[in-house]
Write a protein that binds this ligand. Structure first.
Ligand code: ATP
Length: 435
């Protein structure tokens, strides 16, 4: 029953052009996904809302966009070369590979075929490649497994250019890569994904308090964007679970059809990264407090979320089926800020040139201010269904009467209520509703 919901969301994503399998015409690259016309809009909207709340609406967080490729020393300093491992075991009979942490009972037996598993061996999750034309030792370079390090290595640049006072943060959204042993659950765990991360530098004595503030802030962000409260929870990490750099961490988890799973982690990374980079680079990365006249390493609070996981959670949460006059209506009840398309203009009769002409004119005008589509490729009932499935907030129908009274019918996605609105006030009406 619950798995069914996941299947329905995956099917809708494919059917309506949200998410496709990568390289599908070649049989697909497993666990890798491409965002189609609606998916990219949803993803861009999510990133824009995150950027607005974490950069534009604050005075203490600055945006950044650092390169995916970084100096190999970065990964030595960050500990990823030494510590970013998962333990894996291979089945000697069926050759399947397992993440040891996922093996439930007997860690020596294959859960699929009962064969004997090899000893647990560490497996580094970083993708390695070579820079330049020669594939030789010394030219190895890594695809970043987190966007965070790009912000740490720019700490000094920000101090020198913005002269910020603690606490302050850096924010960036970008791709990260991990050679996951067991990717799966659609876009939940993939080897290429996008992160939205903040590195918030604080006075060490404020770190515990700031961690709590960020956990609350980030939890509320998902709720404000429409995630149902009963589907979201905070889960503090046990000491054994903490990453090599963290003193404390809480995950924000979503109740996916496959179980409660992490959407975002908020960690106290202490001064681990900054100290390490100072030591390995030989640069002084301490912050200077000009009131106390002292230099020290700040602590770092890191809210780190996944774009793809959030998109999936919002899709699952928004997917609704309801009975309408004996039919099943599928509707994506996405928050208005996330909805890929805000409005669709639909002519009621597509064989009446003057109706079509007016509808096209209205759509062209609305497109200047909103993400709006025009569609005349079916009967009105079918057109409504299509828009409901992609979460379009408003359907604007132009009919015969519109030619005379200069009014259109505006239908709201969630209530299906309809209202006649004058064409001359349409923009103002929609602006009010959408802002
Ligand atoms: P998990 O325990 O699920 O592997 P993690 O604790 O290793 O995740 P972090 O290192 O805290 O993840 O990364 C921050 C965020 O990046 C996660 O909360 C998640 O949203 C996203 N993320 C991490 N790994 C993946 C992945 N393989 N696929 C998609 N998103 C990911």
């Amino acid at each position: 029953m619950v798995i069914n919901l996941m299947d329905k969301v995956i099917s809708l994503c494919k059917r309506r052009g949200f998410i496709f399998q990568s390289s599908q015409i070649y049989g697909g690259l497993s666990n890798t996904w491409d965002y189609g016309p609606y998916g990219v809009e949803l993803k861009n909207n999510l990133k824009a809302v995150w950027w607005k709340s974490n950069v534009y609406e604050r005075d203490d967080v600055f945006g950044m966009d650092s390169a995916i490729l970084m100096h190999p020393k970065v990964w030595e300093a960050s500990g990823h070369l030494q510590n970013f491992f998962d333990l894996k075991s291979d089945c000697k009979s069926c050759r399947r590979r397992f993440k040891v942490a996922d093996l439930k009972d007997d860690k020596s037996k294959c859960p699929e075929c009962g064969g004997i598993l090899t000893e647990a061996r560490p497996f580094n999750l970083m993708f390695k490649t070579h820079q330049g034309p020669l594939e030789e030792e010394g030219n190895e370079i890594y695809l970043r497994p987190e966007t965070a390090q790009g912000m740490f290595v720019n700490f000094l640049n920000i101090l020198d250019t913005k002269h910020p006072k603690l606490p302050f943060g850096l924010a960036q959204i970008g791709k990260a890569f991990r050679n996951e042993i067991t990717p799966g659950n659609f876009t939940f765990r993939t080897r290429e994904f996008e992160q939205m991360e903040i590195e918030y530098f604080v006075n060490p004595e404020d770190a515990d308090r700031k961690l709590e503030e960020w956990i609350e802030n980030r939890f509320q962000w998902y709720i404000n964007l429409g995630i149902k409260k009963e589907n979201l929870r905070k889960r503090p990490h046990s000491k054994e679970e903490l990453a090599h750099y963290a003193k404390a961490c809480s995950d924000i988890e979503y109740n996916f059809p496959f179980g409660w799973s992490e959407l975002e982690g908020i960690a106290n990374r202490t001064d681990f990264d900054i100290k390490q980079h100072a030591e390995i680079s030989g640069r002084d990365l301490r912050y200077f407090d000009d009131v106390k006249k002292e230099r020290f390493y700040p602590y770092i609070i890191e809210p780190s979320g996944g774009v793809d996981r959030s998109v999936l959670a919002f899709l699952v949460d928004a997917y609704t089926e309801e009975e309408v006059k004996g039919d099943t209506r599928i509707v994506l009840r996405l928050n208005k800020r996330l909805a890929p398309i805000k409005m669709a203009v639909l002519p009621l009769l597509k064989n009446r040139p003057n109706i079509v002409e007016l509808a096209k004119k209205i759509a062209a005008d609305l497109k200047r201010d909103f993400v709006c589509v025009y569609d005349d490729t079916g009967a009105i009932g079918k057109l409504y269904r299509r828009q409901d499935e992609t979460g379009t907030m408003y359907c604007i129908t132009v009919d015969l009467q519109s030619l005379d009274d200069k009014q259109v019918t505006v239908r709201h996605r969630d209530t299906m209520q309809q209202e006649r609105v004058g064409i001359d006030r349409l923009k103002e009406y929609l602006s009010d509703k959408l802002h």
